[in-house]
Design a protein around this ligand. Structure first.
Ligand SMILES: Cc1ncc(COP(=O)(O)O)c(C=O)c1O
Length: 392
């Protein structure tokens, strides 16, 4: 059988590989504690599940959904954006529900990029920006992110020729994997840059609702002129513990939303309507569950930061997102260090290199692990003596 060359260009998706290793270890009897994937362990709030139960009994919900979602859902998304960010959206032209943000992010590349085109991609980053670009036959121009810059973009480092030719720029704050945050001014700077160079700005705000000590992330849609140049991707996954239900949205520039709709209409048949009803409940119902989740993550964050600090790692305390991103000792690659943790103390973390070359030297720990597992994992970390690296 002859497969496409794009398959050869794909590295194994990091979490598929990690899940395989965990399954193998557990089958061999190991008591693995995983700080791997960012997948909330806390159940979806009861009112949202109740809505699903009711919606599942309604025969119209058993049929094909529309690709652009129920009008009530698009209105609920617009309502949430208004309430949360004071951003006004036209639910008919500026909102598109997605089968999770990942689906929209992957498909977005097909709206903008032809073979040979250039996309600006941060590194380290959520891998789907680069993979979508590759599927479209386009080239990624990497924008390195550095700790010394607070993991923010250095727009001056983008060569003029690249700025002129690039068609899209990906951006993600609060950031996965670094947990960095961007101010409204940072987002305004990037928006102005994209407007100046006629680049479509694709902002991924999947973690905007996970902020600690009262931190409230800005939306790129709050920037003046944002809708002229960009869309924002959002997800119900992390905010409402809904990763398993697969629902998110894109909002913003009406032409860009229409293009994404056109691609999707030819490739998928929308989100199950009962799941759309869950999202309506989540977005328009009481929001206490969000603060309750954040309080749980904040306690875990503090526990994990304490454990990593006691190991002598120079860990920054994240202000947002579900991740602790920490530098590792000299002499190790991030993959070697993650492998050591797994081999020595049955702890799973994600190597920074899974997010690109500039993630090397760091590991990411997800806080979506039950409290008692977090405690167990932290105790193991605290009592582990970091062995010298091979050849060190
Ligand atoms: C930065 C970022 N964007 C998007 C997603 C995907 O979200 P969803 O579950 O809505 O597909 C993730 C998932 O981990 C993510 O980390």
């Amino acid at each position: 059988m002859k497969f496409s060359s794009r398959l050869d260009k794909l590295a194994p998706y990091p979490f598929v590989e990690i899940s395989r290793i965990i399954a193998e270890k557990r089958a061999a009897g190991a008591d693995v504690v995983t700080f791997g994937i960012g997948d909330p362990d806390i159940p979806t709030p009861a009112p949202i599940i109740d809505r699903l139960l009711r919606a599942s009994q309604d025969p119209p919900n058993h049929r094909y959904p529309e690709t652009d979602g129920l009008p009530e859902l698009r209105r609920a998304i617009a309502y949430w954006y208004e309430k949360r960010f004071s951003v006004q959206l036209d639910p008919d032209t500026e909102v598109l529900p997605l089968i999770g943000a990942k689906e929209g992010i992957g498909h977005a590349a097909l709206c903008f990029l032809d073979p040979g085109d250039v996309a600006l991609i941060p590194d380290p980053a959520y891998p789907v920006y680069g993979v979508g670009t590759m599927f479209a036959g386009a080239e990624s121009h990497i924008m390195p992110l550095y700790e010394k810059n607070g993991w923010l973009l250095d727009l001056d480092a983008i060569p003029d020729g690249v700025a002129t030719s690039a068609k899209v720029m990906w951006l993600n704050y609060p950031n996965n994997p670094t947990s960095a945050t961007a101010t409204a001014e940072d987002l305004a700077g990037v928006t102005a840059y994209c407007r100046q160079h006629d680049i479509a700005l694709l902002h991924d705000a999947a973690y905007s609702e996970v902020g600690y000590e009262g931190y409230r992330a800005a939306s790129s849609m709050q920037v003046e002129g944002a809708k002229e140049v960009g869309i924002e991707f959002h997800s119900l996954s992390k905010t409402y513990n809904m990763t398993g239900w697969r629902i998110g949205m894109a909002v913003g520039n009406a032409d860009m939303i229409k293009a994404l709709f056109q691609i999707k209409a030819n490739l998928d048949s929308g989100i199950p309507q009962a799941v759309q009803e869950m999202a309506m409940e989540a977005l328009t119902g009481p929001q206490d569950c969000v603060a309750d989740n954040v309080a749980i993550y904040q306690q875990r964050r503090d526990r994990v930061v304490k454990a990593l600090s006691s190991m002598g790692l120079q860990v920054a305390v994240p202000q947002a997102s579900l991740y602790v991103w920490t530098p590792i000792p000299e002499g190790y690659t991030s993959a070697e260090f993650a492998a050591r943790l797994l081999e020595d103390i049955d702890i799973v973390v994600t190597p920074g290199s899974s997010y690109g070359k500039y993630g090397e030297g760091y590991i990411r720990l997800s806080l979506t692990t039950p409290d008692e597992q977090v405690e167990k994992g932290c105790q193991r970390l605290e009592s582990w003596r970091i062995p010298p690296p091979k050849g060190g």
